[in-house]
Design a protein around this ligand. Structure first.
Ligand SMILES: [Zn+2]
Length: 655
């Protein structure tokens, strides 16, 4: 902020009308707090921000600068001061401020408008606070300029990002390489900063429509008021952040059962633990059954046979597959593509943010297409189709392509609904179908956590679509394409073991199965298949293949070896809770994951053998699974107060 503006602000009458008494009440505890702990930090912070209004508890002191409206957080446990990357042009309207012991409300004036801001502590969670942001006259917004993102205390820290699927750890020294920074476009709605020990998390708890494109710009739309939770950890790094979100989410959804529990009611679900997910592209049912029969005979013990609808399925095919111990699944898209409503791509976001008039869109839209976009309209007809499919063919699994992705408000005059209602209706489609005994999956562009209570697996969870996406047309032939070395640009992100981190698995491996996306299966590029297999092994996730007679014949030996390698590990940890992840070499080419079963998976992505114990080598591009004798792994991060996290004490693997 320039000096002229600051001087002008200080002479504004409203700043004088702000009650000095209230101010003193707000900072009254500061002296005691400073004496108690974090003295040096507080002194340093106080010197630079003056006597800013603040709220405080035993762990944190959160102050708001009247001059530039930035927040400063002191973590009193370790004396660490967190500041924000303030943008010029913002100030606090002090005459609107009210401070209570655990909350502070005020208006913040910025160049684009005035925000009503409330900061508050939750009693049960002293290492975090909530920020609510209201924007008058605006129901939805793109990422607002306020609140500012927190800045890392030092340059050597990392940005912890949830992409559309898995996590990525981006060095802040190369901040320009981060796509969609400091927004919530990912599958899990949080981002963080860490030096691999200390960390902060920014989580959004209100509705958003994520931008799933693979580029830097973030077109995510947010419902207002926005509510953001900021949490501060003294240790645990990105593992602690992942667990922080897990605890929060499982606390919100006590009805959620681990996958292992779900098998009791739906035995076929056990295939998600160690099976392979296979799209079959034969010419007819007989050819596909012949293929699965051969695969089984060759050693592909368990699999999910997914049918896109290239040919109609029949009872003989489905019964035959089930007799082989595989699962019969159908690709379905009960909800339609948004572009059928209007050719104006991106119309939902334009509509929500007021760039597009509802009347204008409706007048130029395909009226019948709204019936497919509107979740409530879809439900009854879909349930009828689902029941038929189950009765006639004995289908056991449905994959709902893009159901959790293509959300929109409905403008149809007979059944208008908001985008939030649309989301709820889509949850109901999944829930009601699952109640028929089905295994339910969705995904493609993003794997949003709001869907977790209603589904069993995600396609696309292993992807990092925020950074890269394969330009293949499927089903229009692309399934048979081997991208070969042309895959290199995508591999630079998707398969970069130095930056990938298993944030989704650390959060929810025991609650949702994950795999790749059908444009990017394990063998979409043969030269890179080994690396995808190793990522499946390290993360305990499901491989995905496309199969035709030709693909099976030409890759048989590789596929069988790949299956057996991955299954050997997933048989042990396929439904387990991931309790740790780390690197064993400085170049991160050797990594491990720890599991609540006591197992440790070690993967060597490198080109040299790794000596894990004297004379015990992990060969290049290989893996081992070892079991800790006697004791179970300790979590390397603190259990959070927002829902106690403890490793499950029994080896509950089934199957
Ligand atoms: Zn509708």
């Amino acid at each position: 902020m320039n000096i002229t503006l600051r001087q002008k602000m200080n002479t504004q009458p409203h700043s004088e009308s702000w009650s000095r008494r209230r101010f003193l009440r707000g900072v009254g505890d500061l002296t005691l707090g400073a004496l108690a702990s974090g003295q040096a930090a507080l002194a340093q912070e106080g010197a630079t921000s003056g006597q800013a209004p603040a709220i405080e508890n035993n762990v944190l002191r959160v102050s708001l600068s009247p001059q530039d409206a930035s927040l400063t957080v002191v973590d009193k446990r370790i004396g660490l001061v967190w500041r924000q990357q303030a943008r010029p042009g913002f100030r606090v309207a002090l005459d609107t401020m009210s401070i209570a012991p655990t909350s502070l409300s005020t208006k913040v004036v910025g160049e684009e408008g005035t925000y009503a801001v409330t900061l508050s502590f939750a009693k049960e969670c002293p290492h975090a606070f909530d920020l609510q942001l209201e924007m008058p006259d605006q129901r939805y917004t793109s990422l607002p300029a306020y609140p500012f993102p927190f800045a890392a205390p030092e340059k050597s820290w990392y940005y912890v990002q949830n992409t559309s699927g898995e996590g990525i750890l981006m060095p802040l020294e190369k901040a320009e390489e981060i796509n969609k920074p400091f927004g919530w476009s990912g599958g899990q709605p949080w981002w963080g900063l860490t030096d691999l020990k200390r960390a902060m998390l920014a989580r959004i708890d209100t509705f958003r429509k994520p931008d799933t494109k693979s580029d830097r710009e973030d077109r995510t739309i947010y419902a207002t008021p926005m509510r953001i939770n900021y949490a501060f950890l003294t240790e645990g790094g990105y593992l602690g952040l992942a667990k922080e979100y897990r605890n929060y989410f499982l606390g919100l959804h006590p009805e959620m059962q681990p996958l292992q529990e779900r098998v009791k009611d739906r035995p076929a679900l056990a295939s998600l633990k160690d099976g392979v997910y296979v799209y079959l592209w034969g010419e007819n049912p007989a050819e596909d059954l012949k293929l699965v029969t051969e695969m089984k005979a060759a050693g592909i013990e368990r699999g999910i046979a997914a049918f896109y609808g290239r040919h109609e399925i029949d009872r003989a095919l489905c019964d035959g597959i089930k007799q082989l111990g595989w699962v019969v699944g159908r690709y379905q898209m009960p909800t339609g593509n948004l572009f059928h409503v209007s050719k104006n791509r991106g119309w939902p976001s334009a509509l929500l943010t007021g760039r597009l008039e509802p009347e204008k869109l409706l007048a130029n839209s395909n009226l019948s297409a709204w019936e497919r976009v509107c979740g409530k309209q879809v439900l009854p007809a879909w349930m009828e189709r689902a029941n038929t499919s189950i009765r006639d063919y004995g289908v056991e699994l449905f994959y709902f392509d893009t159901l959790v992705v293509q959300l929109a408000p409905c403008l149809h005059p007979d059944h208008p609904s908001t985008i939030e209602e649309n989301q709820q209706a889509r949850r109901e489609i999944m829930r009601k179908t699952r109640e028929l005994g089905m295994i339910i999956g969705s995904g493609e562009g993003i794997c949003p956590t709001w869907a977790l209570p209603d589904l069993d697996f995600f396609e696309g969870q292993m992807s990092l679509r925020t950074y890269a996406d394969t330009p293949l047309k499927i089903p229009a032939g692309g399934y048979a394409t081997d991208l070969g070395d042309d895959y290199q640009p995508q591999a630079a992100f998707t398969l970069d073991e130095t930056r990938r981190i298993p944030l989704y698995q650390l959060g929810f491996h025991d609650y949702v199965a994950g795999t790749w996306v059908w444009r990017d299966t394990n063998y979409q590029s043969t030269p890179f298949a080994w690396k995808k297999d190793l990522l499946n092994i390290l993360y305990g996730t499901m491989p995905m293949w496309h199969i035709t007679s030709r693909l099976w014949e030409s890759r048989k030996a590789k596929l069988v070896a790949s299956y057996q390698n991955i299954a050997s590990v997933r048989k042990r940890i396929g439904f387990a809770q991931m309790v740790g992840h780390g690197w064993l070499t400085a170049d991160r080419s050797v990594q491990f994951t720890d599991w609540d079963t006591g197992d440790r998976v070690i993967v060597n992505f490198g080109d040299r053998p790794f000596e894990r114990k004297p004379r015990e080598l992990v060969p290049r591009r290989s893996f081992v699974i070892e079991r800790a004798e006697g004791e179970r792994p300790e979590a390397t991060y603190p259990s959070s107060c927002c829902g106690q996290w403890t490793p499950r004490s029994t080896n509950s693997l089934g199957g």
